[in-house]
Design a protein around this ligand. Sequence first.
Ligand code: GDP
Length: 370
Amino acid sequence: MKHPENDELYKGLKVNKGVADVPTVNPYLQKRIQRKNYTPAEYVEGILKGNITILSQAVTLIESARMEHQQVAQEIIEKCLPHAGKSVRIGITGVPGAGKSTSIDAFGIHLLEQGRKLAVLAIDPSSERSKGSILGDKTRMEDLSREKNAFIRPSPSAGSLGGVARKTRETIVLCEAAGFDTIFVETVGVGQSETAVHSMVDFFLLIQLAGTGDELQGIKRGIMEMADGIIINKADGDNIDKANLAAAQFRNALHLFPPTDSGWIPKVLTYSGYYKLRINEIWDMVDEYMTFTKANGFFEWKRKEQSKYWMYESINDTLKDVFYHNPLIESRLKSTEMKVLNNELSSFMAAKEIIDLFLQNISGGERGGS
Ligand code: GDP
């Protein structure tokens, strides 16, 4: 080819060698676009091999509201169930600022050093409203997020606490099948969500602070009653004495509670998540609890009770869903509600009317269909 460089006219000019163009599409995105649609069996195979990418994608299916995703997710869960159940499940709660993320980071590194594999999940029923979950966020657990044996997943966002909790419980199954032998379920210490976490963990850890004046910090009695261990964080520097004092107050308060079903006497410890002080004592406590409850049969009993609880939760959820999405019910609810507001009908009668209508509708529907 004749090149201008060689032309008499352009003598002295030099053509430089070109460089490759930068990609116009972000290669990361390209990879995502090419993401394979796995069959349920392929998902399960990947999960059992401990493939984190496939595990994450399967969790995304669990979290999806789309019916077709839910069906695949349920199939994956069914197939993973025989491989699940072999982990230690720990619930961790505390008010914002108590040091949950700092502590989980420190606990996690401690456990990884012992050769364990850790999944950190979260239940945050407010994530829908705040448009994004804070709990279980990787950026909060800097050290842990760099570890290949740690899997961190923020709270699923769904309308109801029940929905969020169910998804987290299903995610536990997949994580266990993927070989994670320790599962943390984090929640924020403000009430309802603790009950949900309590219904899916073996050990419930309450993080508290000292030195705020009101040592019991308005923590609901119910939450304290659920705790198998209360740990007072930030027991470092000038705060050590205050932490010890708070620990004594918590021990006294616990004495007033009735004995636990497990026969375990909840312990109160002080530690520092930030300076990583006495973290090992906390894990000795958890190990001691496991040995104790496995020996007296409580561990097995509690897991069975939890399975039963979740069966009924599922039935309740499904019934509610079918009921409120029934077109006839949808069309009649508002007018019946108006009658109650106008004192034309009592609440009880209104409910009965609507439920009778539903029952007639579904039995009529069945006859029609057969
Ligand atoms: P979370 O909202 O419960 O997750 O709490 P964070 O882990 O974000 O901690 C809240 C604040 O407390 C941060 O500024 C931490 O650095 C600090 N903090 C956490 N743990 C400790 C600790 O053990 N000692 C001290 N002195 N500060 C801590």
